[in-house]
Design a protein around this ligand. Structure first.
Ligand SMILES: Cc1cc2nc3c(=O)[nH]c(=O)nc-3n(C[C@H](O)[C@H](O)[C@H](O)COP(=O)(O)OP(=O)(O)OC[C@H]3O[C@@H](n4cnc5c(N)ncnc54)[C@H](O)[C@@H]3O)c2cc1C
Length: 469
């Protein structure tokens, strides 16, 4: 069994720590933010988490995340529900006229979701009770301890340096420092080659706002959580303890819509969308929280077939992060953590090169396809938003994009396809798996291919811009 250091006590770090500790590894989690998780009822207001930029931005846990948790860490779901997490079924929530009567197999669409601070409070509570996990908050990693026996050798990471000059040693260091992880700089300082990094040059901007119910009732759900309209997307997310959030997502290149950061204009804009306008009828519990510069980024620690260092791996957002409006980060991070757990069953840290290689291979086989599929979606959606802003139709030779647009349109009129589309959005199947069913693909084309680019009722771009001008 290994001594493992996990850097970062976010969703990925804590999940990784619990999975590894249950295998018998001794896991210490080092978290830069000093604040202990407060009582769950205070988490939203009081928990200071500077290390997670998106801490007060809308989150929704996909059925894929809940399905994995049910198998691996069911106590997290129990804890989340106990502190007010919302158990819901992503398909059952849709109007019956669209999805038809419920079936047994629709249970796969179940999830438990919450605002991010509440979610993290639940995960932290279970991690804190997990034998073999020690969480040390207020300990910021500043660099790696590494050994290399010759200048040409790949450095072996043996621990970390922290602020104040303390050192922690381990058989394996797992970087879970999130989107802004400084791992490449730490590796360079340790004498390693640079990891291979891919980064998109443009991303999304989020304008999100949370509400609390005034009378205990939640807004009626008329449509899937993520809806695309002319030049913007809107996310409507039910959440814990009678709260919910609404978010506009735009391209970071689209300047005129930046007025959405102003709460009055944000409200005026929302009023234009008949399927979601009623989601503003609650008590606002936040202003309009803005997060920009959200791009897709992927990092590999094996370059040209050789690890840049051994004794260290990156899990979750530190490895790859994607556009959050599709809500996949936690599901992908958990899958990645499970891969690391599985690799440690077959590759001991005493063979550090094998461990890093095997983890890289398994990441490529199991997790990377989800990253690539999300990147594909983001590129098309950003390009489509760009075309909208320029007043042009979005044209592409990529027939899979047309297919995915048709699948949404068709899901509005066919209960079977409402299930198919919800499976895709829940990350329960991939588009390739879904459309491999030829009968289903033919039905998608028959019902959806003639649909307008935005089949949901909403304003044109010029109407939106005049409302927020
Ligand atoms: C706007 C937005 C909305 C999102 N919505 C969703 C959603 O609806 N559903 C979903 O599944 N995902 C969503 N995500 C993605 C999700 O938040 C991330 O995938 C998830 O938090 C990644 O977990 P992580 O542990 O890898 O990183 P994080 O949760 O970011 O945690 C990183 C941790 O590392 C700590 N840290 C950083 N540097 C150091 C250091 N030097 N030393 C010690 N500790 C350090 C930080 O303080 C932090 O605690 C969203 C993301 C954004 C940006």
């Amino acid at each position: 069994m290994a001594e493992v250091l996990v850097l970062g006590a976010g969703l990925g770090g804590l999940s990784t720590a619990m999975l590894l500790a249950r295998e018998g590894h001794e896991v210490t989690v080092l978290e830069r933010d000093p604040a202990e998780p407060p009582r769950a009822v205070d988490a939203w207001q009081a928990w200071e988490r500077r290390g997670v930029n998106q801490f007060r931005l809308p989150h929704f846990m996909l059925p894929r995340w809940a399905a994995q948790m049910r198998v691996e860490l069911p106590e997290v779901l129990d804890e989340l529900e106990a502190i007010g997490g919302l158990r819901m079924n992503a398909l059952a929530a849709l109007p019956e006229a669209r999805r038809g009567p419920l079936r047994d197999e629709d249970r796969r669409f179940e999830t438990v979701t919450a605002r991010r601070p509440v979610l993290e409070a639940a995960v932290a509570a279970v991690a804190g009770r997990t034998s073999g996990v020690t969480i040390r908050r207020g300990v910021a990693t500043t660099g790696l301890l590494a050994e290399s026996f010759a200048p040409s050798e790949v450095p072996l990471v043996t621990g970390v340096l922290t602020e104040g000059g303390r050192t922690f040693r381990a058989d394996l260091v797992v970087d879970c420092c999130g989107r802004r992880s400084a791992l490449p700089a730490w590796l360079e300082a340790a004498g390693a080659r640079a990891p291979a990094e891919e980064r998109e040059d443009c991303g999304f901007v989020y304008y999100g706002r949370h509400f609390r119910s005034r009378d205990g009732r939640m807004p009626q759900i008329l449509m899937n959580p993520l809806q695309h309209y002319d030049s913007v997307s809107i996310l409507t997310l039910p959440s814990d303890n009678g709260t919910w959030s609404v978010t506009f997502t735009t391209s970071s290149r689209d300047r005129p819509v930046r007025a959405l950061r102003d709460p009055e204009r944000w409200e005026a804009a929302l009023a234009l969308y008949p399927l979601v306008a009623h989601w503003r009828d609650g008590e606002p519990i936040s202003g309009v929280d803005v997060m920009a510069g959200i791009e897709d980024r992927h990092r590999s620690l094996v370059v040209d077939g050789r690890p840049v260092a051994t004794g260290v791996v990156a899990v979750g957002d530190s490895w790859a992060c994607t556009n959050p409006s599709v809500g996949r980060g936690a599901s992908i991070g958990l899958l990645h953590a499970r891969c690391l757990r599985d690799v440690l069953r077959e590759a001991d840290p005493s063979d550090p090169e094998k461990l890093v290689r095997r983890f890289d291979e398994l990441t490529g086989e199991v997790v990377e396809p989800l990253y690539r599929a999300t990147l594909w979606l983001d590129r098309h959606r950003l390009a489509e938003m760009g075309a909208d802003a320029a007043g042009m139709p979005y044209e592409t030779d990529d027939r899979r994009w047309a297919m995915s647009k048709a699948a949404f349109a068709a899901s509005l009129v066919d209960p079977e396809l409402a299930r198919a589309y919800t499976s895709l959005a829940s990350l329960l199947v991939s588009a390739d798996e879904l459309f491999a069913d030829r009968a289903l693909a033919a039905r998608v084309l028959q019902l959806g291919s003639g649909a307008p680019p935005y089949p949901l009722p909403g304003p044109s771009r010029s109407e939106l811009l005049s409302a927020i001008d």
